[in-house]
Design a protein around this ligand. Structure first.
Ligand code: HEM
Ligand code: HEM
Length: 179
């Protein structure tokens, strides 16, 4: 008999939902929302948790337990869900976060986030992830792990994060949550 294949819905329900929500809208702000994210990006992250270029004790265990087929299935599943947007803590026109997102930081030659993640934060197809609506806490955490090198799967982001202060990270993450 052929081996039993888990449907993506079953894998999500049994394994991922507790931390990311059944529809990919996690309520725990340290855990990323996965809803509406590009499937190619999600698949790359799962691959990187497996190969260790993105270090995270919890997720490397999760990814290791998934077959290539499972990973492709759950990536497709989460990408087809709709993201629920949240209100930004700081999203007013002219806020520091908006300035960084749209224009970068001239003094440190930090590029505008919008160049790669889109003006609306929807990302660009494939490997440039959607950022809009993501939890502030999670985004700040990623910028920090790009800076420390714990997340070593994105050389471009490491260069950018290395130039940013904690206050700049917080401001742009607040803006992104409300985008
Ligand atoms: C991050 C998928 C289960 C906690 C991620 C990311 C993906 C993912 C794709 C990266 C998202 C991004 O870069 O925007 C999955 C799938 C799961 C699963 C497909 C089920 C098979 C879980 C569970 C937990 C968890 C059960 C909690 C026990 C986290 C945390 C992060 C994360 C804390 C952020 C890691 C970091 O800071 O780098 N997950 N996840 N996940 N997931 Fe999961
Ligand atoms: C990933 C923020 C500028 C290219 C990410 C992630 C965050 C982020 C939070 C991880 C998303 C997640 O885990 O779900 C920012 C901010 C920027 C900025 C705040 C401006 C200060 C840029 C620019 C580029 C870029 C200018 C292109 C030159 C990428 C790529 C990834 C990424 C390719 C995916 C990395 C991977 O495959 O793991 N960015 N970004 N970003 N960013 Fe940026």
């Amino acid at each position: 008999a052929a081996p039993a294949v888990n449907s993506p819905e079953k894998v999500v329900q049994n394994v991922c939902a507790a931390c990311h929500g059944a529809d990919g809208n996690s309520v725990i702000t340290a855990n990323p929302k996965l809803a509406g994210q590009h499937p190619e990006y999600l698949l790359k992250q799962l691959t990187n948790f497996k190969d260790g270029t993105r270090a995270n004790a919890v997720m490397s265990g999760m990814a290791s337990a998934l077959s290539q087929e499972d990973m492709e299935g759950v990536a497709k599943y989460f990408s087809s869900q709709s993201i629920k947007l949240a209100k930004a803590k700081e999203n007013g026109k002219g806020s520091l976060g908006e300035k960084i997102y749209r224009g970068g930081i001239a003094a440190t030659k930090t590029p505008a986030c919008a160049a790669c993640h889109g003006v609306t934060g929807a990302g660009l197809p494939k490997q440039f992830p959607r950022l809009a609506g993501q939890h502030t806490e999670y985004t700040v955490q990623q910028l920090r792990t790009f800076r420390t090198g714990e997340r070593a799967n994105a050389p471009m982001m490491a260069t950018i994060a290395a130039k940013m202060s904690d206050a700049e990270m917080q401001a742009v993450a607040d803006y992104i949550q409300g985008l």
